[in-house]
Design a binder for this molecule. Structure first.
Ligand code: CP3
Length: 358
């Protein structure tokens, strides 16, 4: 079966530093609780996991933000914690409290028993990818994703979100061998998982290293970046006759930008603390940059949203060969008024045209 022609490939072209007419955008967590229609589908599904594990529901919520807004990419509706769930750690989303594992990894015995999961346990994800591609019908490209081995490892050891990362850092400083074993297994699992997403139809992939920035210099390279690099090394490079671009997002990672840019990715995602123009000077045109509006700017009203969007575009500077994908510096807040997103999309598309020489 041949895939329909991609009608809007500006996102993919910008990632590959090819000329584009304007700055493409999509938003981290664009399908989520700020949309009433998402909450409605989630209520019908019964729970977050039931939503993510059913391909019709997953497809429905993936497409919801595209029906409302003129976004340049879709992102698979799923979560970075599907892999540890498939490993048997028992994921649950407690209302209002975020993810929680029934069996976090705490002892040597827990770690010894950990294995790469059978990919068939994640078949629901690949089925969702295929269905979304079919329903998108070439409208915009579909992004697949996974967490970095380190970031997923944080949840596996902590058992939930954390503010100080005490459990995983205790393991890191006292039994680094155990942590390396977890990261090794996560690396292999993530690689197989992302390649299966690509084979099912993901046209770009993103690795979320949301907690890489909590590591000390030196330890970031050893416990996070080296494993992310190994995932990148093993990824399928081309599918359906086209390069599958890779984006790496390390929250708090701007200080390591040169090293992240050299990891084998095509684009680096940045949080809002970085200045895109300065980062661009440091990495040249070796990678594209994705970001980096503070998601809280969405609460400042229309004039502030337009001003801050222009600031990000101006910071990046003049564009000859793509290289910028507009996004937030982290996920959209669940309290964001949807109308604010309409304003943002309009400003990014309209204002950025004047900066492009294509
Ligand atoms: O971007 C998208 O629209 C695609 C879907 C997506 C989700 N999670 C859906 C989701 C993506 C890309 C993720 C990634 C993810 N999940 C990350 C990395 C990105 C980041 O934000 O740093 C992390 C750390 C997780 C783990 C996770 N999942 C947390 C901490 C939570 C609870 C906190 C929260 O924001 O609610 C989730 C749940 C989750 N994943 C929700 C969504 C839409 C909300 C759950 C709900 O509907 O109750």
């Amino acid at each position: 079966m041949t895939a329909p022609i991609l009608k809007n490939d500006i996102f993919l072209r910008s990632l590959m530093r090819e000329p584009v007419p304007y700055t493409p955008l999509w938003l981290m967590r664009q399908a989520g609780r700020y949309l009433p229609e998402y909450n409605e589908t989630r209520a019908r599904a019964g729970s977050f996991l039931a939503l993510a594990q059913n391909r019709e529901y997953a497809c429905e919520v993936t497409l919801q933000p595209l029906q409302r807004f003129d976004l340049d990419a879709a992102i698979l509706f799923s979560d970075i914690l599907t892999i540890p769930h498939a490993m048997g750690l028992g994921l649950d989303f407690v209302a209002g409290e975020g993810p929680r594992f029934a069996h976090p990894l705490r002892t040597e015995d827990d770690v010894k028993k950990l294995t790469v999961p059978d990919l068939s346990k994640l078949q629901y994800v690949f089925d969702a990818v295929s269905l979304i591609r079919k329903e998108l019908d070439g409208k915009v490209p579909l992004i697949g994703f996974a967490g970095s081995p380190w970031t997923v490892g944080c949840y596996m050891v902590e058992g939930q979100g954390s503010t100080d990362y005490r459990m995983i850092k205790t393991m890191l400083y006292s039994r680094p061998d155990l942590l390396h074993r977890i990261l090794e297994i996560n690396t292999q699992s993530t690689l197989e998982y992302l390649n299966a997403q690509i084979q099912a139809g993901a046209q770009a992939v993103m690795i979320f290293d949301s907690w890489g920035g909590v590591l000390a210099d030196g330890l970031f390279q050893e416990f996070s970046l080296s494993y992310t690099r190994r995932v990148l090394d093993g990824l399928i490079r081309e599918h359906e006759g086209r390069v599958v671009p890779r984006i790496v997002f390390t929250k708090g990672g701007a200080q390591w930008i040169e090293q992240i840019a050299a990891s084998g990715c095509d684009a680096v995602g940045l949080d809002w603390t970085a200045n895109l123009g300065q980062v661009r000077q440091r990495v040249g045109d070796s990678v594209a940059l994705q970001g980096n509006l503070d998601p809280m700017a969405m609460f400042g009203g229309e004039a502030a949203i337009r001003k801050e969007a222009r600031r990000v575009i101006d910071d990046f500077g003049p564009v000859k060969n793509g290289g910028h994908v507009f996004n937030f510096g982290h996920g959209i807040s669940r309290f964001t008024p949807p109308e604010a997103v309409t304003v943002l999309v309009d400003e990014v598309h309209t204002y950025s045209r004047s900066k492009h020489q294509a």
